[in-house]
Design a protein around this ligand. Structure first.
Ligand code: ADP
Ligand code: GN1
Ligand code: MG
Length: 361
């Protein structure tokens, strides 16, 4: 047994594994849960220590996962497959932590950077299809796992509070970034206002549509499974579209330090929109279509603001690898927003073209 930590090995042994545990190692690029790859002599598993700071009600979170994965499986979609504990529980609660295990979805790959336009188009189609599949899921059965998740005005208030508190005295060194977010407050309510007045429909959405939350077939590069279902909640289609663009329509990683390498790509925006709208053209409303570029900009602003908030608050939310990591992440988001702003007439035109191609409204 090669293990990094006897405790993690003991935890893994509490689940109904097939075979004998051979190794456990850290795995993946997620910022929220602590993920391990556990290997037995028979098969591989994903073991996760869930983030109980972020998810206050683990029992409800796991109930959501069971409901959503059962629903997707019944519709013939490949999805996450929970492995119960040896006591038949869906997850393991220890004195301090909560753990879950999934079957490893084999022969797949995930990307942190878009390798080519076709893969991004494919991911758009997969998230669009996910949206369609969940259209008749009864939202009232879902618990809101993180309140106000994409409530951008609320995120702005949190940012302002972290700025006022400035607990680590970090604000002085990032005035430019702070002013960037303070200066765009008028845009923040657009989606929440639309949801409130009914001009934007409330749907069941994934809410965390980064490219590395899709597993693609290693050979065909077709999307196999959408994962990280922790934030499946009622929301706007614009959240899912926007967050994918934020992460994927960039020439660089989310934490690229050299901003000269960070560019928003309208052509990648087009590819993703083709895939996404190609799937949702029967349900997307004219207002939603019109707001697709705004959704991308808002999700990028919101995420950048969240990174900067966490930097100011002392890095309590997102996993970091070095002290300025969250500031570096905030800077890439700002660069992307600047380029999205400059490209806004182009992205508006792309949406019109893509809607026409898809035969939408
Ligand atoms: P986080 O919330 O921290 O992002 P995720 O649930 O997204 O955690 O998992 C982190 C990473 O682990 C994913 O990006 C993916 O690479 C990998 N992963 C998670 N579940 C599976 C699975 N069932 N099979 C294969 N890889 C997985
Ligand atoms: C987190 O869990 P993960 O790493 O897929 C975060 C998203 C952010 C993203 C930024 C539950 O996603 O909201 O957009 O980091 N998830 C949660 O990379 O907060
Ligand atoms: Mg993830």
């Amino acid at each position: 047994m090669t293990g990094i930590d006897a405790t993690v090995t003991d935890i893994a042994s509490c689940f109904a594994l097939e075979g004998t545990l051979e190794s456990i190692e850290p795995y993946g690029d997620g910022h929220i849960n602590t993920t391990y790859l556990a290997t037995t002599n028979r098969r591989r598993y994903i073991l996760q220590r869930m983030n109980t700071e972020v998810f206050a009600d683990i029992a409800s979170l796991m109930r959501n996962i069971e409901l959503v994965t059962d629903f997707l499986r019944a519709k013939g979609q490949e999805t996450l497959d929970l492995v119960p504990t040896k006591n038949g529980e869906p997850y393991l609660q220890t004195a301090k932590c909560a753990w879950r295990m999934y079957a490893f979805i084999e022969n797949t790959i995930y990307y942190s950077l878009v390798p080519d336009a076709q893969v991004f188009r494919e991911s758009g189609a997969a998230f669009g299809a996910f949206q369609n599949t969940l259209a008749d899921f009864d939202a009232s059965r879902l618990t809101e796992t993180i309140a106000h998740f994409h409530d951008t005005p609320k995120r702005f208030l949190d940012f302002r509070a972290a700025l006022d508190a400035d607990v680590h005295g970090r604000a002085a060194a990032c005035h430019g970034q702070i002013d960037f977010f303070l200066g765009r407050a008028a845009l923040y309510p657009v989606i929440m206002r639309g949801l409130a007045d009914g001009s934007i429909p409330l749907r069941v959405t994934h809410n965390d549509t980064k490219l590395n939350n899709i597993l693609m077939d290693a050979k065909t590069h077709k999307a196999r499974a959408i994962i990280d279902l922790d934030t499946v909640m009622p929301g706007s289609m614009l959240f899912d579209f926007g967050d994918s663009i934020r992460f994927g329509a960039s020439s660089a990683l989310e934490d690229e330090q050299d901003l000269d390498r960070v560019h928003f790509s309208s052509e990648l925006f087009r590819s993703y929109a083709q895939g996404f709208v190609g799937q949702v053209h029967a349900s997307i409303t004219a207002r939603e279509a019109e707001l697709l570029p705004t959704g991308a900009m808002l999700m990028t602003l919101e995420c950048g603001m969240r990174f900067l908030t966490d930097y100011l608050a002392g890095d309590t939310y997102f996993a970091i690898k070095y002290p300025a990591h969250n500031l570096v992440r905030a800077r890439t988001q700002i660069k992307l927003v600047q380029e999205m702003e400059a490209a806004s007439s182009e992205t508006d035109a792309i949406v019109n073209e893509v809607m026409e191609e898809a035969g939408g409204r």
